[in-house]
Design a binder for this molecule. Structure first.
Ligand code: 5AD
Ligand code: SF4
Length: 455
C-alpha cells in the first residue's frame, strides 16, 4: 500500500482503550499511514485518553501539549485527542491545546477516517462528540498480529448503566450496549486463524452482556467462544459483584478454556461507603459470592479494585477494607486514591479526605497486599501450572536470569493470571507448557518446564 506518512498512537488507560487504539491504527493503516514508535517522526499523533482519574487526564494534556512546537516545524502535522477525555472536554480541549486538530469522542470512532480526510484538505479544529448507539466494529487486519502474537483483547460491549457515584464512565462512554455474538465470534475466529491463542473479552460489566439485545447471556457467549478452534484460553473483565450469576460461575467451572481467574471489584469493605458509592451490594453479599466461587472453582485466582479515601471515609471504614482484604486473600489488587471527577456525583459530596491521608491509606493497603501476594506466591512452590508462553521475559532484559546468563528466559501466564518466568530454548509464543514452580518474586513466579506439549 502507498505510504502517505507516519502515525503515532499513544494509549492511556484501560484495556478497552488498548483495543480501541488498535481500531484507530487499522483506520490509519487503511488511509496509508504506517505506525512509528517515535512521535517526533509522525505526521499524525493520536492520544487515546482516559478520564477515570485526574492524573490520567493530566497525562493526556501533557502528552499532547508536547507537540505544539512540532506543529511550528511541520504545519501538516495533525494532532488528535481521542476517547474519554475528548468526549468529556469537547471544544474546551482547545483552551489548553490551541494547536489540537481533532477532538474525537468515544462514539465518533466510526467517523475518524472522514475527519482525517477533512483535516488533510485543510479543515482545522474538528470536534465530534456526537452520541451513537452503533458500536464501531472492524475486523482485524494483518498488522494487528505484529505486536502481540498470542493474546488479544476483544471488546464485547460499550458503556455502563450502573452510575457508581465516583465514576465518569457512564457520562463519557454512554449507555450500555452489546455487540452481536456473531460479530464477536467472527472477530475471534479471524484472531485464531492468525495465531492468537488467548482472548480477553472486555466490557464495563460483562455480566449484563446482551441484556438489552435479547441475545445469549454472557455465559452463553462464553460457550460460543469456547467452541472456536485454536483458541486455548478465554479471560474476561470486568464483572460486577451484584450481577455475578450462578450461571456464569457454572460456565467458568465447566468450560475448560475459560481461565480460573476473576477480577471482581469490591471498591470498599464498608457497607456505608458502598452505599454512598451506589454499588448495589453489601460486604456480606460480596463475601458470599467469593465463597460460591471458591466452592465451584477451588483454584480460582481473584483480583479486585479498591478506592481509598472516598468522601467521608473514616479510618475505621478504611480498616474495614483492610479486614476484607485480609479475609478474601486476593491474588492481586488494583488500588486507587479517590479522585474527584466533575461529571460524577461524588465530586459534589462533602467530607473529602485530605490528599496526604488518602496517600497514607493507599500505601498502607498496597503494602498489606504485597505481604499477601508474596505469601500466596511462595505457597505455589512445588506446584505445576500450565503456562501459555507469551515471549521473552522482561527479567531477561534486566539481566536477571536464574540459570546461566546466556539461557533464554521466557514468560507467560498461568490460568489464574500469575506471571511465570522460566528458562527454555525451545518453547515459543503460543505454546502451552507445564511449569514446575520453584521460586517467587514479589509479583511473579519462577519455574522450570516439565515437558512441552502443543494443543
Ligand atoms: N477515583 C479513583 N478511582 C476510580 N476508579 C473509578 N473512578 C475512580 C475515581 N473517581 C477506579 C475503580 C474502578 C477502576 C477502573 O478505577 O476502582 O474499578
Ligand atoms: Fe464505573 Fe460503576 Fe460502571 Fe464500573 S460499574 S464503569 S465503576 S459506573
Amino acid at each position: 500500500m502507498r505510504c502517505n506518512g507516519y502515525a503515532h498512537i499513544h494509549t492511556i488507560g484501560c484495556q478497552m482503550n488498548v483495543y480501541d487504539s488498535e481500531k484507530l491504527r487499522a483506520v490509519l493503516h487503511s488511509l496509508g499511514y504506517q505506525q512509528t514508535p517515535h512521535p517526533e517522526q509522525a505526521d499524525i499523533i493520536v492520544c487515546n485518553t482516559c478520564a477515570v482519574r485526574h492524573k490520567a487526564e493530566e497525562k493526556a494534556f501533557s502528552f499532547l501539549g508536547r507537540f505544539a512546537r512540532n506543529k511550528q516545524k511541520n504545519p501538516h502535522l495533525i494532532t488528535v485527542m481521542a476517547g474519554c477525555v475528548a468526549q468529556q472536554e469537547g471544544k474546551r480541549a482547545f483552551q489548553r491545546l490551541p494547536h489540537l486538530d481533532l477532538v474525537l469522542g468515544t462514539q465518533a470512532f466510526s467517523r475518524f477516517n472522514r475527519h482525517i480526510e477533512a483535516l488533510k484538505s485543510g479543515q482545522r479544529r474538528i470536534v465530534d462528540t456526537e452520541p451513537s448507539d452503533v458500536i464501531f466494529e472492524t475486523q482485524p487486519d494483518s498488522k494487528a498480529f505484529e505486536e502481540n502474537p498470542v493474546s488479544k483483547f476483544v471488546t464485547i460491549m460499550q458503556g455502563c448503566d450502573n452510575f457508581c457515584t465516583y465514576c465518569v464512565v457512564p457520562y463519557v462512554r454512554g449507555r450500555e450496549r452489546s455487540r452481536s455474538w456473531q460479530s464477536i465470534v467472527r472477530e475471534i475466529e479471524v484472531l485464531a486463524e492468525n495465531g492468537i491463542r488467548e482472548v480477553t473479552l472486555l466490557g464495563q460489566n460483562v455480566n449484563s452482556y446482551g441484556a438489552k439485545e435479547n441475545g445469549p447471556s454472557f455465559a452463553g457467549l462464553l460457550k460460543k467462544v469456547a467452541d472456536i478452534d485454536n483458541i486455548y484460553r478465554i479471560r474476561f473483565a470486568t464483572s460486577h459483584p451484584k450481577d455475578l450469576s450462578e450461571d456464569l460461575i457454572r460456565a467458568m467451572a465447566d468450560l475448560d478454556k475459560v481461565c480460573n481467574h476473576l477480577h471482581l471489584p469490591i471498591q470498599s469493605g464498608s457497607n456505608r461507603i458502598l452505599k454512598k458509592m451506589n454499588r448495589g451490594y453489601t460486604r456480606e453479599l460480596y463475601l458470599s459470592r467469593i465463597d460460591e466461587l471458591r466452592a465451584a472453582i477451588p483454584d480460582i485466582g481473584l483480583s479486585t479494585d479498591i478506592i481509598v479515601g472516598f468522601p467521608t471515609e473514616t479510618v475505621e471504614e478504611f480498616e474495614d477494607t483492610l479486614a476484607l482484604v485480609a479475609q478474601v486473600q486476593f491474588d492481586s489488587i488494583f488500588a486507587f486514591a479517590y479522585s474527584d471527577r466533575s461529571s460524577a456525583p461524588a465530586a459534589r459530596f462533602s467530607g473529602g479526605v485530605d490528599e496526604t491521608e488518602k496517600m497514607a491509606r493507599l500505601n498502607r493497603l498496597l503494602a498489606f497486599q504485597d505481604t499477601i501476594t508474596r505469601e500466596k506466591n511462595l505457597e505455589m512452590a512445588g506446584q505445576v501450572v500450565q503456562v501459555l508462553v507469551e515471549g521473552i521475559s522482561a527479567k531477561q532484559h534486566d539481566g536477571f536470569v536464574k540459570t546461566t546468563p546466556d539461557t533464554r528466559q521466557m514468560t507467560g501466564r498461568s490460568p489464574a493470571n500469575k506471571i511465570v518466568h522460566f528458562p527454555s530454548e525451545t518453547l515459543v509464543p503460543g505454546d502451552l507448557a507445564e511449569i514446575k514452580i520453584e521460586d517467587a518474586y514479589p509479583h511473579s513466579l519462577w519455574g522450570k518446564p516439565l515437558e512441552q506439549f502443543f494443543q
